[in-house]
Design a protein around this ligand. Sequence first.
Ligand SMILES: Cc1cc2nc3c(=O)[nH]c(=O)nc-3n(C[C@H](O)[C@H](O)[C@H](O)COP(=O)(O)OP(=O)(O)OC[C@H]3O[C@@H](n4cnc5c(N)ncnc54)[C@H](O)[C@@H]3O)c2cc1C
Length: 463
Amino acid sequence: MTDHAAISFWLETSGDDLTQRAPLDGSVDVDVAILGAGLTGLWTAWYLRRRDPSLQILVVEREIAGFGASGRNGAWCAPDLNITMTRLAQLHGEDAARRMQQATYDAVDETGRACREAGIDAGFHKGGEITVARGPHGVPALEAAQVEYEHFGFGDRYRLVDAAALDERIRIAGAVRGLVSEDAAVVHPGRLVRGLARAVERAGVRIVEGTQVTDFRPRDEQGRATLVTPRGDVRAPVIVLAGEAYLTELRQLHRQLVPLWSLIVLTEPLADGQWAEIGWANREVVASTRLSIDYLSRTADGRILFGGRGAPYRLGSPIRAAYDHHDPTHARLRSFVREWFPAIADIRFTHAWGGPLGMPRDWHPAVAFDPATGIATARGYVGHGVSATNLAGRTLTDLITGEHSALTELPIVNHRSRNWEIEPFRWLGVRYAQWALGRLDDSAARTGRPPSGRSLAERIAAH
Ligand SMILES: Cc1cc2nc3c(=O)[nH]c(=O)nc-3n(C[C@H](O)[C@H](O)[C@H](O)COP(=O)(O)OP(=O)(O)OC[C@H]3O[C@@H](n4cnc5c(N)ncnc54)[C@H](O)[C@@H]3O)c2cc1C
C-alpha cells in the first residue's frame, strides 16, 4: 500500500491520518459523478452543493483526496495563469484577456473566503508575490511583465523595485530588481485539500477512495453518462473529469495533456537568527525570471520550499511514483537554495518530492461542459492550479446548472486544445524545449545577457 504521508511534507503535516475512505461498493446512480478528489473535483462538489443542496454528488478517487498535485504543490495561491494575457488577447481579444486576469485576482480572494466559510484551516496568508531578476539579464523580463500589466490596466497592482527596496522584504544573493505585488497568498496545500474533502462531506457529498475510473462514456438514451470502475459503474446526467495530469492515462484523453514533473525540496526550519539575515517576514511567494522555472515559499513553521522543473519527460507519457524523485534535479534545487541564501549554506534538507503537472499542447487551461454528452472537465493549469481550481469549480457549477454568468463568458470556457503529437515526436519536442530552456538560462546567467526572446524554445514557452 502507498504510504500517503510520504508523498509530500504537506500530506504528512495535513493534520489528518490519511486513512483511505471506503471504495465504491457496486454500481450507483447519482446526479453528478466526479473523477478525482483534488482541488478541481472538490471545489466543484462544494459549489454545486451550495447551489443546490438536493444534488446527489459522488466523488470517485483512485488513491486518497489530495494524492495528486493538490497535495504536493509549491503553496502559491497566486493570480495569473500559465498563459499570458498577450496570448489570450491574440486568441480571444483584449477584453476577454482582461476579464480573465481579473478573475484570477478574484479567485485568490475567493479561495481565502471559501476556506473561512467552510471552516478549513488552510493557513491562507496573503503576503504578496515577488519575481526577482538575479542579475541584469533578468531585468528585461521584469520590465516586459510590468509593461504588459500596464497595457491591460493592472499596472497599479505591480511595482518594479530596486535592489535596496527588495532587500527590505527579502535578501537574495545576486538579486538586482524585483516586481512586487500584494495579490498572492501562500497556503498549506495539505490542509487545504484535506480540509476541503471533509467540508464537502459535511455538506452531504459522498467521496469513495481506492477506486480507479478506467473509462468513461457519454450520455446514453436515458441521459446518463458513466464513469466506469472495476467496482461498478457510476451513472449520472453529468460526469466531471477532474484528474489533471492523470487524465492522460485514460485512452480517450491520452494526447490531451502531457504529464510534466515539477519537483520540490524543503529545508529544516530556520533559526530566528537565520531569518533575521534573510528577512522574508511577510512570507511572499517568490520566483525568478528563469525560463526553466523556479518557485519558492516560506512555510508557516519557518522552512524554505524551493521548487522547479527539470525532471525529463518520458516517452509515451507514463506516470510512475518513481518519477516523483529525480536525484539530479533535486540536487540542483538544493544548490539553488544555497546560492540564493548563502547565509544558510549549511542548512539541512528534510524533504524532497514531486508530482506531475498537466500540460496542454497550447498551454491553455480549459473549463468545459457539453450538455449533449454530459461530460464536464477542467484541466491544463500547468503550474498555476491552486487558485485556478477554485475558479474552475465555480465556473463548472454555473455551466452544469445552466446559469449564464460572467464566469461562463471567460475565454477558458469550452476551449479546445489540439492533441499532442504522436510519439516519438511528442518526446522529441518536449525534451528539446526542456533542454533548450535550461541552456538559455545557463547562458544568460554566465554572459549577463538576457535571452533574445526569439529562440524556438522561448517562442514555445511564450504562451
Ligand atoms: C510539484 C508541484 C508544484 C506545484 N506548485 C503549484 C503552486 O505553487 N501554485 C499553483 O497554483 N499550482 C501549483 N501546481 C499545480 C497545482 O497543484 C495543480 O494545478 C492543481 O492542484 C490541480 O488540481 P486538480 O484537482 O485538477 O488535480 P490533482 O490535484 O492532480 O487531482 C487529481 C485527482 O484525481 C485522481 N485521479 C486521477 N485519475 C484517476 C482515475 N482514473 N480514477 C480515479 N481517480 C483519479 C488523482 O488520484 C488525484 O487525486 C503544482 C503542481 C505540482 C505537481
